[in-house]
Design a protein around this ligand. Structure first.
Ligand code: ATP
Ligand code: F6P
Ligand code: MG
Length: 438
């Protein structure tokens, strides 16, 4: 059991009165400033709470996010920067918009710089320059997918990036990205600490894979499986439209299967969900092919949803390929499944029709759905409140429905994965009726 209480780094004691007209007393109908000792429990199940209290041990908790009465920065002298890195995710523009609007209108920060093309934009040799961001500039950007700033993968020199921060007197850098971006943000934060510069570094976890540890969800994830939902419905039509029709849908999810599992639960016509967390076999009495045969004998059609990182153990070991950031590039499990299924049913002389659907980038390049839009705007506002208070090297995230600050290194030291013994995966198996051995 973990009893850690995460402490957030700070640039110094906040001494400036917040310009926000908030309250300090309950019951007056006005939202209150958040006090520094307000925390959110990590595990809210009562059985664990009992255990904590009987041991006189404090339960693990996170600092609550929100506006502070005293802030660290004088708005008029503050320069903010925003950078977006890694793969696209629905909602990036909503977050950019939310940061710009809240810095400008809530706190009066005038100078906001957009950093083009990810961390590359902090390296002068690329010559990308900065984009000046104003409310006028960002007012309509939530209507579009992608990122208005552009993104990139690939390592950049941390001291060189901090040189740029120092030279341009940036006082707060909002980094929007996945685990790699957040590791980069923490490294930048450490270099800033060594140089004793007044610059806060804030992470806003973005990834359709939902693989960031300790938080309820990353933004973009819900929109991604929302887009996959009607694609699975169409796949089901393809499957039922042929005698012994099999439709395979491959969805993104490099190391965690949340998109595949959630999409399948949201469109409950799926019979098999294959995710990176499970180690399934194709052949043998407990394998997928035997289970698929039984399914076709009974129902004459089947739908398989597979995450891109699933079944990598089924490929012959060859040299691993990596992208510019060092992320392993997976082999195409969808094509392998299609070929193996066709071969197997040919061998047993069982006629089938296989349709392979790979929606790929389509699920991540669209604008955020309504729920993600709400989430992104709120994340942006909470990120700005934390930054103005002089907090640094933290991510803003949702934990048990509340917004919290978590030290960046605590969310990057482990990847969030589906617990095969947990209730979420059990719900997936209940929905699919997936019984073959995992
Ligand atoms: N430890 C690190 N120190 C400095 N920079 C890093 C570190 N890890 C990753 N980065 C940088 O962060 C940026 C984004 O990383 P990456 O391409 O892995 O995307 P990501 O943020 O993990 O998003 P996605 O979920 O799309 O993979 C890259 O420029 C990468 O070089
Ligand atoms: O092809 P790209 O842009 O490098 O990214 C692909 C990867 O990015 C993700 O969409 C996460 O951002 C993964 O699901 C996928 O494996
Ligand atoms: Mg990553």
């Amino acid at each position: 059991m973990n009893h850690k209480n995460f402490k957030i780094h700070s640039l110094g004691t906040p001494t400036v009165q917040s310009p926000l007209q908030l309250s300090k007393t309950k019951g007056d109908g006005v939202f209150n400033f958040i006090s520094e000792d307000d925390r959110v429990l990590h595990d809210i199940s009562t059985s664990n709470l009992k255990e904590y209290s009987s041991d006189h041990i404090e339960a693990m908790s996170m600092e609550k996010a929100g506006p502070r009465e005293k802030v660290f920065f004088e708005a008029k002298e503050t320069t903010a920067g925003i950078v977006t890195c890694g793969g696209l995710s629905p909602g990036i523009n909503n977050v950019i918009r939310g940061i710009v609007m809240s810095l400008h209108y809530f706190y009066g920060v005038q100078k906001i710089l957009g950093v083009p093309y990810g961390y590359e934009g902090l390296i002068p040799k690329y010559g990308h320059g900065f984009i000046k961001l104003t409310p006028e500039h960002v007012k309509n950007i939530h209507e579009f997918g992608g990122t208005i700033l552009g993104s990139s993968r690939g390592a950049q020199s941390v001291p060189d990036m901090v040189d740029t921060i120092e030279k341009n007197k940036i006082n707060m850098l909002f980094t929007i990205g996945g685990d790699g971006t957040l590791k980069g943000a923490d490294a930048i934060g450490e270099e800033i600490r060594k140089r004793n510069i007044n610059c806060a570094v804030i992470g806003i976890p973005k990834t359709i894979d939902n693989d960031i540890n300790l938080i309820d969800k990353s933004f973009g994830f819900e929109t991604a499986f929302d887009i996959a939902n009607p694609i699975i419905k169409d796949a089901h039509n393809e499957a039922t439209g042929a005698y012994n029709g099999v439709a395979i849908v491959k969805l993104m999810g490099r190391d965690s299967g949340f998109i595949a599992a959630s999409a399948a639960l949201s469109m409950p016509v799926v019979n098999f969900v294959l995710i990176p967390e499970m180690s399934f076999e194709l052949e043998g009495e407990n394998g997928l092919l035997e289970a698929l045969k039984n399914r076709l004998l009974q129902k004459k059609h089947a739908v398989i949803v597979v995450a891109e990182g699933a079944g990598q153990h089924l490929f012959n070991a060859t040299e691993q390929q990596k992208d510019a950031s060092g992320n392993v590039l997976h082999k195409d499990i969808g094509i392998l499944l299609k070929n193996k299924i066709n071969e197997y049913f040919k061998t047993i002389q069982h006629p089938i029709t296989v349709k392979y659907i790979d929606p790929s980038y389509i699920i991540r390049s669209a604008p955020a759905n309504a729920n993600d839009s709400v989430f992104c705007t709120r994340l942006a506002h909470f990120a700005v409140h934390g930054a103005m208070a002089g907090k640094t090297r933290f991510v803003v995230g949702m934990l048990n429905g509340k917004f919290v600050h978590i030290p960046i290194n605590e969310v990057t030291n482990k990847r969030k994965k589906i617990d095969l013994e947990g209730d979420f995966w059990y719900s997936v198996r209940e929905s699919t009726g997936q019984l073959f051995k995992i």
